[in-house]
Design a protein around this ligand. Structure first.
Ligand code: HEC
Length: 252
């Protein structure tokens, strides 16, 4: 009914998909779903015109820092990012979506404040909260998100528990660093809070690779900023692009 209240939707959906009536919500839903899917298939929805895409086409040059971040991101040796955030076989595929669409529990802490505001009780079980899913191993898993436009779409994780992109990289680094300073969440000044759902973490992947020093952390952030569609580039805060605000090399 809400969709058909808009005379333009009513007329267009009827013209494209046959007369829709408020009495047939399934038909309206199917028509709207199909129309949205058609939009999602357009270049306007997914322009692939970020600095990274322009670089792949030879139309832009990455800075040394961005290039280091690119190498690290796709490396089998220095980071684990591509174990989950790479769809295509080739590291220079033009249509990389930066997710393999799998589900993982990476140990994100609860956002207690958000849960309270929403009146939500107990832990967020992620994939297992889907009534169609029964496997207890699905608890705490979330679909790997794309990293396109990630630099301009904070706060981060499904529950917005981290404000800064750099914090996300530091969060991953806690799994591989033994330095005491790396066990501190810079946004709270306290130790990283425990995973909201323990027991199902993808530890094998999360612990693949060595600890990252500040230079590499900043480079990864700089690389992720290049994944911003050109229409959103003005939103990038260039000042934070490479601000080495964390510890020193010895914190590695
Ligand atoms: C085991 C799979 C896995 C690995 C390895 C991994 N990620 Fe993720 N990543 C995820 C999942 C799943 C989420 C979503 C978690 C959530 O919302 O709770 C995520 C979320 C993110 C986000 C936040 C996205 C947003 O919009 O909130 C960023 C940024 C990110 N990952 C970057 C990286 C980088 C950089 C690396 C390598 C250092 C990496 N990831 C390694 C699975 C992984």
């Amino acid at each position: 009914s809400r969709i058909l209240e808009n005379p333009r939707y009513d007329a267009t959906l009827s013209a494209l998909y046959g007369a829709a009536t408020p009495g047939d919500p399934e038909a309206v839903f199917r028509a709207a779903t199909s129309a949205i899917a058609a939009f999602e298939g357009t270049d306007s929805f997914a322009p692939f015109d970020s600095k990274y895409d322009r670089y792949l086409r030879g139309e832009a040059q990455l800075t040394d820092e961005e290039e280091l971040g690119r190498i690290l991101f796709f490396s089998q040796q220095f980071t684990n990012c591509n174990l989950c955030h790479q769809l295509r076989k080739s590291a220079i595929a033009a249509d990389e979506t930066f997710t393999d669409y799998s589900y993982h529990n990476i140990g994100v802490p609860a956002n207690a404040a958000a849960r309270a505001v929403n009146g939500a009780a107990g832990p967020d079980l992620g994939l297992l909260a889907n009534p169609a899913v029964e496997d207890p191993a699905a608890a705490g898993k979330f679909k790997v998100p794309t990293l396109r436009n990630v630099a301009v779409t904070g706060p981060y994780m499904h529950n917005g528990v981290f404000e800064d992109l750099r914090t996300v990289i530091l969060f991953y680094n806690k799994y591989n660093s033994k330095a005491a300073a790396r066990q501190i969440n810079p946004e709270t000044g306290e130790a990283w809070a425990a995973p909201e759902v323990p027991g199902t973490l993808s530890m094998d992947k999360l612990t693949t690779g060595p600890a990252l020093d500040d230079e590499r952390i900043d480079a990864l952030v700089a690389f992720l900023e290049t994944l911003t569609d050109s229409r959103y580039e003005y939103l990038l805060d260039r000042d934070t692009a490479s601000a080495g605000t964390g510890g020193t090399d010895t914190d590695r």
